[in-house]
Design a protein around this ligand. Sequence first.
Ligand code: NAP
Length: 289
Amino acid sequence: MKAKIIDGKAIAEQMQAELAKKVEKFREEYGDVPGLAVILVGEDPASQIYVRNKHRACLKAGMRSEVLKLDENITEEELFGYIDKYNTNPHINGLLVQFPVPKHLSQQRIIERISPEKDVDGLSLDNAGKLFTGGKGLVSCTPKGIIELIKRSGIEISGKHAVVVGRSNLVGKPVAMLLLKENATVTICHSKTKNLAQITSQADILVVAVGKPECILADHIKPGAIVIDVGTSRVDGKLRGDVAFDEAVHKAGYITPVPGGVGPMTITMLLYNTLEAAEMQNKKQSLTN
Ligand code: NAP
């Protein structure tokens, strides 16, 4: 039996159409639309494409979008000056600096400079801490998108054994926390894990975020499992996932393709986080008035 393909592109498009309606409702209630600002430092070609895609998606959903392009030699203090301005700008509800940044700038210090209320990438210690302790904060976009993909495919997470391969702060750890929050029993694997296939082949839900093309084979997969492939690597100019799709598709019950699986959900969740941030900020504002 062939696995059902989880069509991330279609789910993302549907969610963005739903979001446009939510943005309209927000505008009626607050007389303004949510706003996202993206700071791009330097000329990295891949980053330029990501930023352009975020800008377009934002405008399509009826939100405000600002892109600030800064010289690659900017000092950290100068960059912080721009971040501080956006932190206090009431028309900007979400703020992110596109990574990677030039080596003389500290990614962690940049993340911590952004107001947690506007940290729509959900990477700050404040938001990560809330995720790990059950508080209400902004959750990083790719992990949040993975949960949406699973739920919108009609799959129950509660009670399932979820195995996450990868323990990065960006994907592995937060997606493990979200799966735990959904009452899955969660196992996390990494580069030092012994007998990986023995563990992954017990997974009802297998999330792979490694960054090594086709490192997960059919032998790693339990028959009928839900396989979410987060990996994106360029091989001979083509985008490849971490899962050997052609063989895995005959073993899994559900599987995400690369491209067209997790990828389209990431920008979608960034837009949802911007709306969520705007709602939280407006509610807080009305409480203090
Ligand atoms: P990362 O920070 O490099 O983390 C990779 C993780 O994989 C690490 O925890 C590492 O373990 C583990 N790992 C490496 N080799 C392994 C092996 N042989 N067996 C088991 N685990 C192994 O990467 P990331 O930021 O999480 O991203 C992972 C992939 O997802 C990349 O391809 C990235 O491009 C992609 N991604 C896609 C999206 C999207 O929107 N589609 C978003 C984010 C990331 P150690 O901790 O022990 O080193």
